[in-house]
Write a protein that binds this ligand. Structure first.
Ligand code: ZN
Length: 442
């Protein structure tokens, strides 16, 4: 690590995960630094603190932090240039958000921020116990303005693991790599692992006896709302007996939340981020209460954010993890505020529908489409196909959805080609079973 600052912080990590008082003191100091830095360098925050009558010198305790106004995605989307806190000449990397919930946002980095990207991912993979002895295949894109792919690569190099960049798709090449090079870990989207399994079964590859030990799973949740393996997780591990580690991040958060090998929630890395869960009135919620994840990442220089509301619905727990680490751990994302659907007065999230559809073993593929009715209410359709020689009558599916959701979207049984084409037509960089055709409001 070139950056001495991260070296120093890294030395504090064991104590931060072990000593509550020390963790609180450290986080308070980091938040003070964030307020001071943004007040000095970010035009947006200078103006925001002024208009909201915030004197950053009044910030003395974590309770005082509740008085700092939140930052929304809309504010960031509307005028990203005003968030820039370094001279334009210092910018060396530009990535973007996927744009799956609106226009892509260009996110910029200086040299220190790229070091932070590497350090954050190194720290996250340490939670997943990825070591220099691992041979890791990256099955995500390293290009297409995707910062996470680059982060994995930089971090694995830093850890000293052997890295193989296969990228997305090319299933035959993925297996050739795993089998020839005796890969021990993969970084992949869970539904892609299902495709790997399907291919292996057709080719007679013995899945019970590969060199693979673990998969770092991104993009889709493999955990249910109780932080237990969900249907997608079980579909993978029934045929491919490896450890699945869930990790979650977004471009704007600049920080990953990752499970340890005890699988009791995704650890909030206390040296890199302050994470809160807020209700709709922006009040902090206690452990176990469901609300919006709101973050303040530490040490970001180019586009620093304070109390950024991520749009991701989670809850947190702060009991000691079985691994011994203290501090907050978050649940998987239970829904996204942008995807919130109102059906006959009932609020549902596409994630809840996705969970039910994954539980139906006969279903091969599906797409959920949201549109806006003329009367401004949401219209939701489910298109599904079934596996060969299996059938799932529409009525059975209707009953299943009705009993879990209490409202019923429109359901259409289609061929797999139809569903594939529909998903393909609206594909963004992320795997998306949910296609939102409602007009975006910014
Ligand atoms: Zn743990």
């Amino acid at each position: 690590m070139k950056n001495n600052n991260w070296k120093k912080i890294n030395a504090l990590v064991p104590k931060l995960y072990n000593d509550p008082e020390f963790q609180q003191k450290f986080q308070l100091q980091q938040l003070k630094n964030c307020l001071k830095y943004t007040n000095l360098h970010s035009a947006f925050y200078q103006n925001y603190f002024k208009t909201n009558d915030i004197n950053i010198l009044d910030f003395k305790s974590l309770q005082d932090f509740n008085k700092i106004p939140i930052t929304t995605k809309n504010q960031l989307q509307k005028n990203p240039e005003s968030f820039l806190a370094v001279p334009k000449n210092d910018i060396i990397e530009i990535s973007s958000t996927s744009g799956s919930t609106g226009q892509p946002l260009f996110f910029k980095y200086n040299a220190q921020d790229l070091e932070r990207v590497m350090y954050n991912e190194t720290s996250s993979l340490a939670l997943a116990n990825v070591t220099q002895n691992d041979i890791v295949v990256i099955m995500t894109t390293l290009d297409k303005r995707f910062i996470a792919g680059l982060a994995y690569y930089l971090a694995l190099k830093n850890i000293g693991s052997k890295v193989i960049r296969c990228g997305v798709g090319a299933i035959e090449m993925q297996w050739e790599t795993i089998l020839n090079l005796k890969a021990t870990a993969i970084i992949a989207v869970p539904s892609f692992i299902l495709k790997l399994i399907e291919f292996a079964q057709k080719k007679g590859i013995n899945l019970k006896n590969t060199s693979l030990q673990k998969a770092i799973c991104i993009g889709e949740s493999i955990l249910d709302e109780h932080i237990k393996p969900n249907a997608l997780h079980n579909m993978i591990t029934k045929d491919l007996p490896i450890q699945l580690i869930s990790t979650y991040a977004s471009t704007e958060m600049s920080t990953a939340f990752t499970e340890c090998e005890s699988h009791q929630g995704l650890h909030v890395q206390p040296h890199l981020i302050y994470a809160e869960v807020l209700d709709e009135q922006d009040n902090p919620l206690p452990p176990g209460k469901v609300g919006e994840l709101t973050v303040t990442p530490f040490g970001v220089e180019t586009m620093p954010l304070i109390r950024f509301k991520t749009g991701d619905i989670v809850y947190y727990t702060d009991t000691v993890c079985a691994c011994g680490r203290i501090g907050r751990r978050i649940s998987p994302v239970l829904g996204r505020t942008q995807n919130r659907l109102k059906l006959k007065g009932t609020t549902i999230y596409p994630e809840a529908i996705i969970k039910i559809l994954y539980q139906c073993s006969q279903i091969d593929n599906f797409a959920i489409v949201a549109e806006l009715n003329l009367d401004q209410t949401d219209h939701v359709s489910i298109y599904y196909s079934t596996k060969q020689h299996t059938e799932l009558p529409i009525d059975t599916l209707k009953n299943l959805l009705q009993s879990s959701l209490r409202v019923l979207p429109k359901i259409y049984y289609e061929t797999s080609t139809f569903v594939d084409n529909l998903l393909q037509k609206f594909a963004t960089r992320k795997v998306n079973k949910f296609i939102d055709l409602r007009p975006k409001s910014i």
